[in-house]
Design a protein around this ligand. Structure first.
Ligand code: AMP
Length: 186
């Protein structure tokens, strides 16, 4: 049973790699950024709550995200293993996730951190067309990534779960590096 957490700043390739890995290993992907953006487009309950934050590049409050994940991880499709993409994003989310997984008797195998320069984050994000891929918003997201998300790298390091991947290369190179480090294939 494979359970991965994919960590990285905006434009780090975490969405692309999470999708590829989930397809290759037949895992359920839970990509919170995509789920929120979709919720905003569909104007559903979660989207309405999240809109003002996502559009400004702010983090959606922990309480909303934790409540969402509690329900999501109880759904049937998570039993085949999963990749979380963009979650957890704060120390509080990381700790709450551990409590939740303890209750569910599930353990993560690895937290995979895709390490890229700030320049790459900006360049890649600007080439996309999401509602939150405008320069000012991207800069806010990078700042929040540094302030709020990088501390959780240490959290997973302390639990001997962290794998750092140099992720400036091509999609294939990065995926191969992930497989090599996690030894899930070969
Ligand atoms: P992403 O596509 O992962 O970069 O996420 C896009 C946006 O969705 C972020 O800038 C946040 O506004 C919001 N978001 C996604 N995941 C989370 C999370 N775990 N906690 C708080 N906000 C989140």
């Amino acid at each position: 049973m494979v359970r991965f957490i994919m960590l990285g700043g905006p434009g780090s390739g975490k969405g692309t790699q999470a999708l590829k890995i989930s397809k290759d290993l037949n895992l359920t992907i839970i990509a919170t950024g995509d789920i929120l953006r979709q919720g905003i487009t569909q104007d559903n309950g979660l989207g309405i709550k999240a809109k003002e934050y996502v559009e400004k590049g702010e983090l959606v409050p922990d309480s909303i995200m934790i409540e969402f994940m509690k329900k999501r991880l109880l759904q049937e499709d998570v039993t085949k293993g999963w990749v979380l993409e963009g979650y957890p994003r704060t120390a509080f989310q990381a700790e709450e996730l551990d409590f939740l997984l303890e209750d569910l008797v599930q353990k993560i195998n690895y937290a995979i951190y895709l390490d890229v320069s700030e320049e790459t984050m900006i360049k890649r994000s600007l080439s996309r067309k999401n509602i939150d891929d405008k320069l000012e918003t991207i800069q806010k997201r990078i700042q929040l990534f540094k302030q709020r998300t990088t501390p959780i790298l240490e959290y997973y390091q302390g639990k001997h779960k962290l794998i750092t991947i140099a992720a400036e290369g091509t999609i294939e190179e990065v995926e191969q590096a992930i497989f090599k480090e996690t030894k899930v294939i070969n």
